[in-house]
Write a protein that binds this ligand. Sequence first.
Ligand code: FES
Length: 105
Amino acid sequence: MRIKEHVILGQEEATKMVEITVDGKKLMAKEGEPILAALLAENIIINRYTVKRKEPRGLFCGIGQCTDCAMVVNGKPNVRTCITPVEQGMVIKTQYGVGEGGGEK
Ligand code: FES
């Protein structure tokens, strides 16, 4: 779900759409928007699971400070999706524990 018209911000501007892959599913996202915004538009709210207790985490601060939105992006774990812009062809995966190649999952 996206806001198309806002009382203060006005009409949504036309933006180039690009294809990304999230946990194996192809999605369309606005180029340059935060990955997290693209995921929320698709009702994807869980970004990672904690290392010890395997608890789900998602949007919390939204400004790159808490790491609750960390995901594996193009094979790199711990990418804070709230401050990382969408690019064509990105491969994004839910992060389990410390992520791929980082030990415990
Ligand atoms: S939501 Fe806190 S770093 Fe992204």
